[in-house]
Write a protein that binds this ligand. Structure first.
Ligand code: ADP
Length: 410
């Protein structure tokens, strides 16, 4: 049963790659600087381009994971200067850390002695640990250290992030396991990152350990042995030539860049001078591309403000922003869509603001939950811009009519 599942996973992921590649390639062609696209089309197509990239990254890790689980990976191990390679991989993240105001410290005291690893796999190990450190660290620093030990070498990735409660520490390497309500930069994730990392390390005959304290930080320690006696002889490849996939790091960094908070986008159509009386809509979503897409889509007809999650939306309201309607995602860090709706409904000042929830959850339970909490509409992803605009228009018309009839009753 397990094998059949793994096989199915692997087939499906593989089948995804061809169409995705055929979306990515043509998109990259039209996005070339000399292609003569208008700025508007360039912005819209870049959103599509970045998200095809994200989907490919996800499919690639699913594929890797199912291949490892099925025992179908015959890795080649090559002698590698691991200190240098690790520093090179980590360097991809430097601009992102600087942008987020985090320090990234990279050190190595591993001598130039060569360690046998599979370069691609090592890259995935470092990238996964580093992108997790970024995801769960809001201030302070992340250290990536290579240490020389008598029995081998160690990679240490230490962050000053939110930490992991003791009771969950044993579970984080399980496949699909994710901590609930973790205060992360994004809600995005699948729970296969660390499961894959552990499998890849075990293929090297190595180990991974975690030490963590809530509110203080987390340290992952990977230990590999020196030499090659512990590796299957037929998989050793003595030349130190590089067989790297240059794209892997880009996938990780691009993905993580989307978790950074951004200044709320200005509505492009809002004009200065003369009061703009178009209704104000508050867009709440933790995905930067989704926010940009919604703002672009709605800006011809409405004024817009945006927030990264429910807590930020409530802060905006607290500071006096009075939207005519809120369009919000459901799964978000800090305060999710349901939490936002409940908070609004419990406060007489905001109880009348209609909320449309957008969700990738499919099924009636999700819709019922949303409606019970007091959302007025529930729109499933993927949705077309016409559908969403129709929902918004209908709600705003209803609201105007309600306000009008209340006024006449009084
Ligand atoms: P994902 O990141 O997709 O949720 P992972 O397998 O990479 O999946 O991680 C599993 C869980 O382990 C995460 O959901 C998170 O709760 C926890 N975790 C991983 N790395 C860290 C870290 N550096 N700090 C705090 N929690 C972490």
């Amino acid at each position: 049963m397990d094998r059949a599942k793994t096989q199915f996973f692997s087939n499906v992921s593989h089948e995804f790659r061809t169409p995705l590649t055929l979306i990515q390639g043509p998109l990259q062609d039209v996005l070339r600087p000399e292609s003569g696209l208008s700025a508007d089309h360039r912005r819209t197509l870049s959103i599509a381009g970045r998200n095809v990239f994200r989907l490919l990254k996800l499919v690639n890790s699913l594929l890797d994971f199912s291949r490892v689980e099925a025992g179908r990976i015959d890795a080649l191990f090559q002698p590698t200067r691991l200190g240098e390679l690790t520093a090179e991989i980590a360097a991809n993240f430097r601009p992102l850390f600087e942008h987020a105001g985090l320090k990234l410290v990279v050190k190595s005291d591993v001598p130039s002695e060569q360690i046998y690893v599979n370069r691609d796999m090592w890259e995935k190990i470092v990238l996964n640990l580093l992108s997790n450190a970024f995801k769960f660290t809001h201030q302070g620093k992340v250290e990536v250290k290579m240490r020389d030990k008598k029995f081998g070498v160690q990679l240490i990735v230490r962050d000053t992030g939110i930490g992991i409660p003791r009771k969950n520490q044993a579970r984080i390497f399980e496949r699909f396991y994710r901590q609930e309500n973790a205060r992360a930069r994004t809600y995005e994730g699948t729970g296969i990152g660390l499961a894959l990392v552990r499998e890849l390390i075990e293929l090297h005959g190595g180990t991974i350990k975690v030490k963590s304290e809530e509110g203080v930080g987390t340290t992952f320690t990977v230990t590999l042995r020196k030499g090659k006696a512990h590796l299957p002889a037929r998989q050793i490849f003595e030349t130190a030539a590089r067989l790297g996939d240059a794209d892997t790091a880009t996938y990780f960094v691009e993905d993580a860049a989307g978790w950074l908070p951004q200044a709320p986008p200005e509505s492009p159509a809002s004009k200065k001078g003369g009061e703009d009386t178009r209704p104000l809509i508050l867009v709440v979503d933790d995905n930067i591309d989704m926010r940009a897409y919604l703002v672009n889509m709605l800006s011809p007809a409405y004024r817009l403000v945006s927030a990264n999650h429910g807590r930020m939306a409530l802060d905006l309201l607290g500071k006096g922003t009075r939207p005519a309607l809120i369009v919000s995602d459901v799964m978000m860090p800090e305060v999710d869509g349901y939490g936002l709706v409940s908070a609004l409904r419990n406060d007489p000042a905001y109880a009348g603001i209609p909320v449309i929830l957008l969700s990738a959850y499919i099924g009636e339970e999700a819709a019922i939950e949303a409606l019970n909490r007091g959302a007025v509409d529930f729109v499933e992803k993927p949705f077309s811009s016409r559908t969403l605009r129709a929902f918004i228009e209908a709600r705003l018309r209803r609201r105007a009519a309600d306000v009008h009839s209340e006024a006449t009753v009084v």
